[in-house]
Design a protein around this ligand. Structure first.
Ligand code: ZN
Length: 130
């Protein structure tokens, strides 16, 4: 690939990335997943003693679990929605909890720390947070 072609490719990727961000800012239709939300609610009751010790943890008064329509799970902080796929195994469970933690830690720097959020989600799913 020539140097010009590489620059051109990088520009195209930058445009694609910025349009994805713009798209994410617009409200995306939500197909609610009540069973997933109920599963999460039950886990959160059990994990409460751990979660309340987390710096910055603030359980959202309300939020919606929506069916995933993108390639990867994500959180819409403004609309208080998490977009997640079906729950088939413990990795899926970690994904659901990870996105929820982005909401519950939204007012804290930890909420944007992917490594922190992922480690806490794994700890909660694997052994209840202990
Ligand atoms: Zn994340």
């Amino acid at each position: 690939m020539t140097r010009a072609a590489v620059v051109c490719l990088l520009l195209l990727l930058a445009v694609a990335a910025s349009s994805r961000v713009a798209h994410a800012a617009a409200p995306t239709p939500c197909q609610p997943q009540p069973l997933l939300k109920e599963w999460l609610r039950q886990q959160l009751v059990a994990w409460q003693p751990v979660l309340i010790r987390e710096p910055g943890y603030h359980a959202p008064a309300s939020f919606t679990v929506c069916a995933l329509h993108a390639r990867r799970p994500y959180t819409d902080l403004r609309a208080r929605r998490i977009y997640v796929g079906p729950l088939r195994n413990s990795n899926d469970a970690v994904s659901v909890v990870h996105e929820y933690l982005h909401l519950a830690l939204a007012g804290h720097p930890h909420g944007r720390d992917e490594a922190y959020v992922e480690a806490l989600a794994r700890r909660l799913v694997r052994n209840g947070g202990d």
